[in-house]
Design a protein around this ligand. Structure first.
Ligand SMILES: [Zn+2]
Length: 530
């Protein structure tokens, strides 16, 4: 059977590598030019790549090999399991998959076409964000918040239908629901993820409650109302997923005369992870038609790694370039002797962890001092507020991610339950925000991720949790330098224990081998909870 598998893998690699490269390259180009022709080429490549995995004959062959239980070589076994999951998700009646895609396209159109109306005036998304953030007029805040939530009833029914369609596909493939299927096929055990979320909930609850009292006090002064009168529209953010700026450090001013790319390159080179080859292939600055966000892509799992950014000299882009190059070094310093399928991250959230760990340095006064951005006096002056601001940001996001994870899980388990109530029960419990009186609206459907990027959000929080675990391990066992600056031992450790293992191990085994423990929220709590 091992011989049969080897033959299968040789044929598989021969076909999949060019399809993958084509997908990565056309998508890269489309994101830079934004032209219709390039977008069409990228869509076509995505279609071809997906189509490859619908091959029922290849799947049957692989299934037979897997069922024989006679493959023992760990590298072969791991490839087999990963490739098997890629095929499995596409082994369902194509009309079901096409139906799902059609529903997603229709719902996406509704989100795109929806415009917020307030007093006969149309508001763009940016204007809504701007008013919620900056207005102190309480009735205006309520009006705008309620108006932007009107996308909920426009899409809610169709989202429930889509959820049922996804569940139907999951049932056909032998899973109890789509949430379970999504996690399992991406190599996560739902029970394992839930236990990390439970641990995190217990560790953050009391501290968040205290901070939430501080936040509420701040807002009651800001709006000159009683704390008991605070409602969701007072929290300066559509979902209270970002922290209010109750501590006053203006990081942007320190980066005004800096070159974030040069700083990031110097930092990575200093820890033994030179990024020149990545930067040489990257597209770093604003251009007409270009994607305005940022990402990092591994074009061939063989050293062609690039990042797309729109760098400006401010703290946001300092964080972003450190973040994207974190993804970059993970890919670039992979073990090139591994087979193609394993020259990848252990999981998407493990590469997110490296990116987050490094991105956090952009607002770390000690890092800024060691990188020559600020003076020792300035570093000392902002140390306390910087730490508090990061803690607040982490805890606010962490409680919000609890809502997203638990709502989605419960929704896929029973889409016929009262979802409006479920949503507000979660918001009140985890974010400790009071539901507006008598509100019975599908506010859950106003978060586009619920409809169109399903069962993925929890990975953002797992990335933060692992970032803290790795950071704690490194600063306890590898270096005395809390900012890593200039310490090549950090790069050596990351290469050997995280990057080069690639996807060779199940993610929690990789984490255990790298830190001596499975994924735990302990270090996240140590860093952000007092
Ligand atoms: Zn990222």
């Amino acid at each position: 059977m091992e011989k049969k598998l080897k033959e299968f893998l040789t044929a598989y690699d021969e076909k999949v590598i060019p399809l993958y490269k084509d997908l990565a390259l056309t998508s890269w180009t489309a994101n830079i030019t934004g032209t219709d022709a390039d977008l069409a080429a990228s869509e076509k490549a995505a279609f071809e790549f997906d189509k490859f995995y619908t091959d029922a004959e290849a799947f049957t062959e692989l299934k037979e090999i897997k069922a024989s239980n006679s493959v023992l070589d760990p590298i072969l076994l791991r490839q087999m399991d990963l490739i098997y999951d890629s095929y499995l998700s596409k082994q369902v009646d194509t009309s079901l998959l096409a139906g799902k895609l059609r529903m997603e396209t229709e719902i996406n159109k509704k989100y795109l076409n929806f415009r917020v109306q307030v007093n006969d005036k149309e508001l763009s998304d940016n204007e809504v964000v701007d008013i919620l953030r900056n207005s102190t007029n309480v009735s205006e805040l309520q009006r705008v918040w309620e108006a932007h939530k009107l996308i909920g009833p426009v899409v809610a029914e169709e989202v429930i239908k889509l959820v049922k369609q996804r569940n139907l596909i999951a049932h056909k493939l032998g899973f109890s629901n789509f949430h379970e299927m999504s996690l399992k096929l991406s190599g996560q055990d739902p029970a394992e993820v839930t236990s990390v979320f439970d641990e995190l909930d217990n560790l953050t609850r009391d501290n968040f409650k205290q901070l939430k009292d501080e936040i509420d006090l701040y807002y009651s002064k800001r709006y000159k109302i009683n704390i008991s009168e605070l409602r969701p529209w007072h929290y300066q953010d559509r979902f209270f997923q970002e922290a209010p700026e109750i501590y006053s450090v203006d990081f942007d001013k320190y980066y005004k005369n800096q070159d974030p790319v040069k700083l990031a390159a110097t930092f990575y080179d200093g820890i033994g992870l030179n990024v020149d080859a990545i930067l040489a292939k990257s597209d770093l600055y604003e251009k007409p038609g270009k994607n305005q966000h940022a990402f990092c892509t591994d074009i061939d799992h063989a050293g062609d790694v690039r990042t797309l950014d729109n760098i400006r000299p401010d703290s946001y882009w300092m964080n972003t370039i450190l973040h994207e190059l974190g993804h970059g070094v993970y890919s670039y310093y992979n073990d090139m002797t591994l087979p193609f399928t394993l020259r990848d991250a252990a999981h998407t959230f493990t590469t997110e962890a490296i990116a987050n760990m490094d991105g956090r340095f952009a607002t770390d006064p000690d890092w800024m001092l060691q990188m020559g951005i600020i003076s020792p006096e300035e570093s000392k002056k902002i140390a306390d507020d910087s730490r508090k601001a990061l803690r607040l940001q982490q805890l606010v996001f962490s409680r919000w991610a609890q809502v997203m994870y638990r709502f989605e899980k419960s929704m896929y388990e029973d889409p016929d339950q009262d979802l409006n109530k479920l949503w507000w029960d979660m918001v009140e419990k985890y974010q400790m925000i009071k539901k507006p009186d008598d509100r019975n609206m599908p506010d859950w459907a106003t978060k586009i991720h619920i409809a169109l990027y399903p069962c993925y959000y929890h990975n953002y929080l797992l990335g933060e949790v692992l970032a803290s675990q790795l950071y704690s391990y490194i600063t306890t066992n590898i270096t005395d330098n809390k900012s890593f600056v200039g310490d090549k031992a950090v790069g050596t450790y990351l290469k050997e224990k995280v990057f080069m293992p690639g996807a060779r191990y199940y993610w929690n085994d990789m984490i255990e081998k790298a830190t001596g423990e499975k994924l735990t929220a302990k270090y996240y709590a140590k860093q952000f909870v007092e």
